[in-house]
Structure formats: structure tokens, C-alpha cells
Design a protein around this ligand. Structure first.
Ligand code: FAD
Length: 512
């Protein structure tokens, strides 16, 4: 008893000393408009991937850009006497701890959202938003003016700073490039605490570094995003293929066509039986009898998903254009399904799935996702091996596959892509749900499957690049960047010389 209470006393005094040390590293006397929290750090310890728990020492809830700059300058001032690092956190939808700062400071960028969303109409319309703003709010606001950003992600409850640090890719990227291509200007707090404005013309090296820069060079506090006219409605179409080469030929045809569809994606289904029945809840078959006779059992099938935007008064001409475009494709005729929905409903589609999964407690589970960029020259070999031999089903989550046309992409950003004009995004998006009847949904099994895919790419010498990349060692990062590593490292030295920013990527180590 005596020993236990003395231990408890010792623990308490240890905790007190520890807190004094922490507070001296991050004094609450810092001149801030927002506040620092030392207790409420649970949310900032994890992310959507749900595989890492790395608590920070503190979370900053900034009310102004100057709060962020003050915090970064304070940590810079401590220099190598402290091992504090800083991670900006959007909505924490990262997969492997990229938005975490173990024993460091996480900046909750959502607190900055209080900055107004400012829309500028005119010849080249744009919107000024905070780096912590979510894309769904931007869409809702711009739609009031009949405007909309041009390039999207499939899910809109992500933040501007989070997607611009990666790329922001969806079915519009073949036409407009990724989201990082559709930014006119940024305001950045660098790793030295300086507040800088940058664009293609002003501080262009910082601008290009930050776009796709994995949060390594600065914190995006404001972004000026290009807008275009927003359509009222979309015609949303799905068709199936059983032959990969026919499917990919049609996808490639569509992304190189002028005046084609406005969105081109696709997905793979392996060993599914109920596919077309599932579609019927939101899509209508063109040929009901043919569709009801179609059997998908066991086969690997490829679904092309396309969308045409239109305004209500253009419905007739839209139908004719769609008929013409579909007549150029070689899908299985009985599998044509379509629907017409408001533009915002289409863009916010994944949120509907989120609500359903949350209700079943299936949203906050581990997500061992793997996103790959595969050059066109290797996609057939990749698909043949991965979809027919490595994967036995995709009952645990979707597999997306669609090509993009790199000629529309800005080559000066930090994003690394395969060195071919056309490459495919292949996204394996499983949820690891413990299931007593099947070993195929468990985390270890899914991670092994990802590793098999990566091993195959290495053995077949496929020049694959990871999107939303994750590596454990600097050697692997060097290999990811290839001949662009030197530039990346040099820019890091210029904008964040102490390597305090975005430690969760494990690219650079803070010197202590
Ligand atoms: P976080 O996860 O919070 O942060 C991501 C990285 O950016 C971290 O390194 C963080 O430190 C850094 N960061 C965050 N904010 C800032 C800032 N203001 N300044 C500088 N650095 C910052 N991606 C696509 O491209 N296309 C998709 O279709 C797509 N669909 C998705 C669907 C779902 C359901 C989910 C969960 C993710 C999807 N993503 C997609 C991935 C998404 O782009 C990444 O998760 C991205 O990290 C954005 O999430 P976030 O805003 O929560 O950022």
C-alpha cells in the first residue's frame, strides 16, 4: 500500500514537471487570437486510415494567419533545443499518419475557416477561401452565383489545404487537370514562419513547391481557386465490359476526345453477383429485360462511369450528344444504366455512402488503401495479373480505375507521376472489418494483398508511382522522387530548413 501511494505521488510530481517542460516549450503566453489545447488531443492523434495513434503535445486552434505564423516562429526560435514539429490538419482524411505530429503541435486548420468565402465574378471568376475550408462548403457557396470549381475529388468533405498538398484527382482531371492545376494564388506560412503570397508569377518556386508538396514547404492559409459555370444537372451513365482491353480502349478514346463527357471514371468488380441489382436503386436500365437476364457471377467486370453536364433548357441536345458518344463505345449493350440528378447531388455522392456506413459503425474502421498511378504502356499487364490472379474479390471496397491525360497537367508542381502522356489512377479502397466468416476483410490480409500488388509491379518493372504516397525510409522517398529528389530536398532546405513541417510523411527528420 505504502509503495503504491508513493509511486502515485512520484507519478504526479513527474506529470507536473513534464507539463511545466511542455508549457515552457509552448507557453500559453504566446500572443494568439485563437487558443492552444493540451488536453483535447484525441482526434488529432489519428486519421481516416485508423492504423496509427500518435498523440501530439498540443493542438493549436488558430483564429488568424498570424496565430499560425507565431506558433511556427516560436518553434523555429526553440531550434534544435526542442524536438517539436508541426502538422497542419485538414479533416484528417489521410491514411498513414500524414497529418499527425507525434509529441508536436497539430494545427487544426478548420478553425481558420471563419474567413469568408469570397467569390469574384467576371471573365476569369475565382473564389478566395481559407486553407481549412472544405470543398463541399465552397461548392454550396459558389453555386449561389451559378459558378463552381472545375476539378474535384470523389468526396467533398476534404479540405483545400489537404487536397492541394496531394493533387485532388477525380473524373474531371483528364479535362482540367487535378485540383492543383486550378489554383491562381496561395497564401503560405513557410517553415520559417514567414507569411508569403505566391502564384505562377509571384514567388513561383514556392507556389510550385507547395502544390502537391505533401505539406513539406509551408502551410496553406488561403487559396484562390478557378471557377467556371456550374451546370444544373448531370446525365450519369454506367456500362459494363468483360474485356479489359476493350474497356480501356474506350476510356482512352473518351479522355482524348473534344466535346465528350465531362467526367470519366471506371471501376473493377471481382467475384460479385448482385451488381446490376444494386444499381437499380439509383439508376434505370435502358433495356430492362436484357439487364435482368445479365449474370455477373464470378466474372471480373469493368464498369465505365461517365457523366455529361447540362442545363435544363439543353436537355434535348444533351440526349443527342450522349447517344452519339455512346454509339462510339463497345460495352455490353444490356448493361447500360443511367440517371439524371442535380449537379451537387452527383458531386456529393460519396457522402451518402458515408452516412450509411457511419450508421452501421463501418466508417471508423482501418482503411488500408493503396492508390497507384500506372503508365498506359503497362496497364494491360497490370490489370491481367492483379484483377485475375492477385485479387479474389472486392467485397471489402471499391477498386477505381481510370486514365488521365497528362498534357493538361502542370509539370512544375511537386506531384510525382509516371513519365507518359496517359496514365491510370488505380485505387484499392477496402475497409478492414473483422468478419468471423471470412479472412478476406481483415487488416493483415488486406495489407498482404497490397504488398503483393506492389511486389508484382517491382518484379514486372512497372514504373508505378504511389498517389497519396507512404514510405518508411528516405531511401524509398528518394526512389519515389527519382531525378526530382535533389530539387525537392533543396526546396525543403529553403522553405523549412529545420524540417519542422508535416513530420507524418517521414521524409525529413528534424535535426535535434
Ligand atoms: P489531411 O489528411 O488533414 O492532411 C493531408 C496532408 O496535407 C497532411 O500532410 C497535412 O499535414 C497536410 N495539410 C493539411 N492541411 C494543410 C494546409 N492547409 N497546408 C499545408 N498542408 C496541409 N483524394 C483524391 O485526390 N481524389 C479522391 O477522389 C479522393 N477521395 C477520397 C475519399 C475519401 C472517403 C477519403 C477519406 C479520402 C479521399 N481522397 C481523395 C484523399 C484525400 O485527398 C486526402 O485524404 C487528403 O489528405 C485530404 O484530406 P484532408 O483535407 O482531411 O487532409
Amino acid at each position: 500500500m505504502g509503495v503504491t501511494s508513493s509511486l502515485r505521488r512520484n507519478n504526479k510530481s513527474f506529470l507536473r514537471i513534464f507539463m511545466v517542460l511542455v508549457l515552457s516549450c509552448i507557453p500559453d503566453s504566446l500572443d494568439l487570437e485563437g487558443y492552444i489545447s493540451f488536453n483535447d488531443v484525441h482526434n488529432a492523434s489519428k486519421d481516416f486510415g485508423n492504423r496509427y495513434q500518435l498523440p501530439p503535445l498540443a493542438v493549436l486552434h488558430p483564429r488568424s494567419v498570424s496565430d499560425i505564423s507565431t506558433m511556427v516562429r516560436h518553434i523555429v526560435h526553440l531550434g534544435s533545443t526542442s524536438n517539436l514539429t508541426v502538422a497542419a490538419r485538414g479533416h484528417g482524411h489521410s491514411l498513414q499518419g500524414q497529418a499527425l505530429a507525434h509529441q508536436g503541435v497539430v494545427i487544426n486548420m478548420e478553425s481558420l475557416r471563419s474567413l469568408d468565402i469570397k467569390i469574384h465574378k467576371g471573365k476569369q471568376p475565382y473564389v478566395d477561401v481559407s486553407g481549412g475550408e472544405s470543398w463541399i462548403n465552397i461548392l454550396r457557396e459558389t453555386l449561389k452565383y451559378g459558378l463552381s470549381p472545375k476539378s474535384w475529388t470523389d468526396y467533398l468533405h476534404l479540405t483545400v489545404g489537404g487536397t492541394l498538398s496531394n493533387a485532388g484527382i477525380s473524373g474531371q482531371a483528364f479535362k482540367y487537370g487535378p485540383q492543383i492545376n486550378n489554383v491562381y494564388q496561395l497564401e503560405i506560412v513557410t517553415g520559417k514562419g514567414e507569411v508569403m503570397t505566391c502564384s505562377e508569377k509571384q514567388n513561383s518556386e514556392l507556389f510550385h513547391s507547395v502544390l502537391g508538396g505533401l505539406g513539406q514547404f509551408g502551410i496553406i492559409t488561403r487559396a484562390r481557386i478557378a471557377l467556371g459555370p456550374a451546370p444544373h444537372m448531370v446525365k450519369w451513365i454506367r456500362v459494363l465490359y468483360s474485356d479489359f482491353s476493350v474497356f480501356s480502349r474506350d476510356q482512352e478514346h473518351l479522355i482524348t476526345k473534344k466535346n465528350g463527357f465531362d467526367y470519366v471514371e471506371g471501376f473493377v468488380t471481382v467475384n460479385r453477383t448482385d451488381l446490376l441489382d444494386n444499381w437499380r436503386s439509383s439508376f434505370s436500365p435502358n433495356d430492362s429485360t436484357g439487364a435482368s437476364q445479365f449474370k455477373s457471377e464470378g466474372k471480373t467486370l469493368y464498369c465505365l462511369e461517365v457523366v455529361k453536364y447540362y442545363n435544363l433548357e439543353e436537355a434535348n441536345s444533351m440526349h443527342q450528344e450522349v447517344e452519339q458518344l455512346l454509339s462510339e463505345l463497345s460495352y455490353i449493350q444490356s448493361t447500360l444504366f443511367s440517371s439524371e440528378v442535380p449537379y451537387i447531388e452527383f458531386l456529393d455522392r460519396v457522402h451518402i455512402a458515408e452516412i450509411k456506413l457511419r450508421a452501421k459503425g463501418l466508417w471508423e474502421v482501418p482503411h488500408p488503401w493503396l492508390n497507384l498511378l500506372i503508365p498506359k504502356s503497362s496497364i494491360f499487364e497490370f490489370a491481367t495479373e492483379v484483377f485475375n490472379n492477385i485479387l479474389t474479390s472486392n467485397n471489402n471496397g471499391p477498386i477505381l480505375i481510370y486514365p488521365v491525360n497528362q498534357s493538361k497537367w502542370n509539370k512544375h508542381t511537386s506531384l510525382i507521376t509516371p513519365d507518359e502522356d496517359i496514365f491510370y489512377l488505380v485505387a484499392f479502397l477496402p475497409s478492414a472489418v473483422p468478419n468471423p466468416n471470412s479472412g478476406t476483410n481483415n487488416l493483415e490480409y488486406l495489407l498482404r494483398q497490397n504488398q503483393k500488388v506492389l511486389n508484382f509491379c517491382a518484379e514486372a518493372n512497372i514504373n508505378v508511382k504511389q498517389y497519396l504516397p507512404h514510405y518508411e525510409t528516405q531511401r524509398e522517398w528518394r526512389s519515389h522522387f527519382g531525378n526530382r529528389w535533389e530539387t525537392f530536398a533543396k526546396r525543403k532546405h529553403v522553405y523549412d530548413p529545420l524540417a519542422i513541417l508535416a513530420p507524418g510523411h517521414r521524409i525529413f527528420q528534424k535535426a535535434t
